[in-house]
Write a protein that binds this ligand. Structure first.
Ligand code: ADP
Length: 500
């Protein structure tokens, strides 16, 4: 198959028009290198039509923007008859700007003279814009990174300052419990220098001197389970400083960046505080114990006196002795409670278990309560025929305490209710009053030793130990004691006991 020359040039013409690149051909033999051919894409690219293009030099594409360096590159290549490639700023017929990626190639005749140049053009404005955006973004990013680094350096310095000033011993560990750093307070308190610890596994430091029971296990859990621990109390003998009692807290350090997987272990030395607390408790224990005997003697003597006054029908003196005896009973109650607190704390209370029907316990408790205060009607209902096992007098002490509280804190009401319910293999005893109530934030705290609600202190007398004792007694019986109440809405104190 052989096409004629004309046919071939027609096909080349179609091919050129089909190209997405703008193509121009200039005649180098003519003055000012005029354009002798342009394809349709060039028309589309520039907005000019063929008639406006043919015969012109390509420079019309630069409009007024003549001082571009890239023009020199083109001019030099044309003068030397060489190929070149430049990105040059060009303008369409409507004046709008575009970036032109221009490739120029010379066409030579048999003598080697450059007869034509072929220029291939491409609108790369979008690519240029994307490049410029990218550069701007990179600069922004670099700025942000450097700002962030500054911030981090500042906060690192700030943290280091805090860590060094704090009056608590601090240790930073990695996920293998390798010591990374300790603060000055640690060095001073434990008489170990940072160098002796850093880089070593905490459990192996100083021949295992820091291998504290339970602590290593808790520390190993901090990172995998994200489980911090608080107020873990230990007593341990350390090298150089001897036996110490510590309160330990540990948490994952959650700073971003290089400190992410670290454990911060804070240690508070409570040896001294613990010693003073113990002395105080021992004193309360001893003092209340020592007061019991003289008080029993005083009570005996007063009762004797009272009897003889009554026989002599001296009611004035007998009444005064009555008042003294009632105050003495209160004092005895307080001392018995203080003694209970101290014994409960030292684990010295013995519980004597017997089996009994709940109604017997209720009757005894109600009777004892009435002997002390008879201001309210006490109504008992529910499953009082249940057989339970426990320390009768201690459980009765709990009931009396809750009933007296119910009366004391509901002075404007006339009734207190006890209801016994069976819940699974437990009985639940609920004591309800319609008194001043307790706000939610104090529901836990009222069971703490010596805690009293501030607002009640002026109005109601008390030492803040009754509920603490009740809770200990109930828990020693494998039950729980809690309160449900709202301020000014009365209160229900409930406890459970397992049914035997
Ligand atoms: P005390 O009554 O001697 O202060 P408790 O340990 O028995 O000590 O009670 C602790 C605190 O709980 C009381 O000071 C009181 O504020 C609150 N509380 C106890 N029982 C009741 C109740 N039934 N209603 C309202 N507040 C109560």
């Amino acid at each position: 198959m052989s096409e004629t020359k004309n046919e071939l040039s027609e096909i080349f013409g179609f091919a050129m028009d089909a190209s997405v690149d703008g193509i121009v051909i200039t005649d180098n033999r003519q003055p000012d290198n005029p354009i002798v051919y342009c394809n349709s894409s060039f028309e589309l690219l520039t907005g000019y039509n063929r008639d406006e293009i043919i015969g012109h030099n390509c420079r019309f594409l630069q409009a007024e923007d003549r001082s571009q360096e890239k023009r020199m590159v083109i001019r030099e290549a044309i003068q030397k008859g060489e190929a070149c490639q430049v990105d040059i700023r060009n303008y369409r017929k409507d004046g709008s700007f575009f970036w032109n990626e221009l490739s120029i190639s010379p066409v030579r005749n048999d003598n080697g003279d450059v007869t034509h140049f072929i220029g291939i053009q491409n609108d790369i404005s979008r690519r240029k814009k994307a490049e410029a955006d990218l550069i701007r973004e990179q600069e922004n990013l670099e700025n942000r990174v450097s700002e962030r680094t500054n911030e981090l350096e500042e906060s690192e310095a700030y943290l280091a300052g805090v860590v060094e000033t704090i009056r608590e011993s601090l240790l930073i560990l990695d996920d293998e419990l390798l010591v990374l750093s300790v603060n000055k307070h640690f060095e001073k308190s434990f008489k170990i220098s940072e160098e002796e610890l850093v880089g070593k596994e905490l459990p192996k430091v100083l021949d295992g001197a820091w291998n504290i029971d339970g602590l290593i296990h808790l520390l190993k859990d901090v990172l995998p389970t994200h489980n911090p621990f608080e107020d873990f109390e230990v007593e341990h003998t350390f090298p150089f400083i001897g036996k110490r009692r510590l309160l330990l807290n540990a948490a994952q350090v959650t700073l971003k960046g290089k400190y992410q997987d670290r454990i911060l272990l804070a240690m508070e030395d409570i040896t001294e505080r613990h010693r003073i607390e113990k002395q105080k408790e021992d004193f309360i224990g001893i003092a209340s114990h020592e007061m019991k005997t003289p008080l029993t003697v005083i009570k005996g003597q007063l009762q004797l006196l009272q009897r003889s006054f009554r026989q002599e029908k001296n009611s004035k003196h007998a009444d005064r002795i009555d008042q003294a005896l009632s105050s003495l009973d209160k004092l005895n109650g307080l001392i018995a409670n203080l003694l209970d607190v101290s014994q409960l704390q030292n684990g010295k209370i013995r519980f004597d278990e017997t089996e009994f029907i709940l109604s017997k316990l209720m009757d005894t408790a109600v009777e004892q309560t009435r002997a002390i205060a008879d201001s309210h009607q006490i109504e008992v209902s529910g499953a009082v025929d249940t057989l339970i096992k426990g320390d009768f007098s201690r459980l009765s002490q709990v009931l009396v305490n809750l009933l007296l509280n119910a009366m004391k804190y509901s002075p404007d009401s006339a009734r207190v209710e006890i209801h016994v319910g069976k819940v699974s293999d437990y009985i639940k005893v609920a004591i309800t009053d319609r008194g001043v109530g307790i706000s939610k934030e104090n529901h836990q705290r009222i069971f703490e030793r010596f805690f009293r609600v501030d607002d009640d202190e002026q109005v109601f007398q008390g030492a803040g130990i009754g509920l603490f004792i009740c809770k200990q007694i109930i828990e020693a019986h494998q039950g729980t004691l809690w309160v449900e109440s709202e301020l000014n809405e009365g209160a229900t104190f409930s406890f459970t006991l397992p049914v035997k």
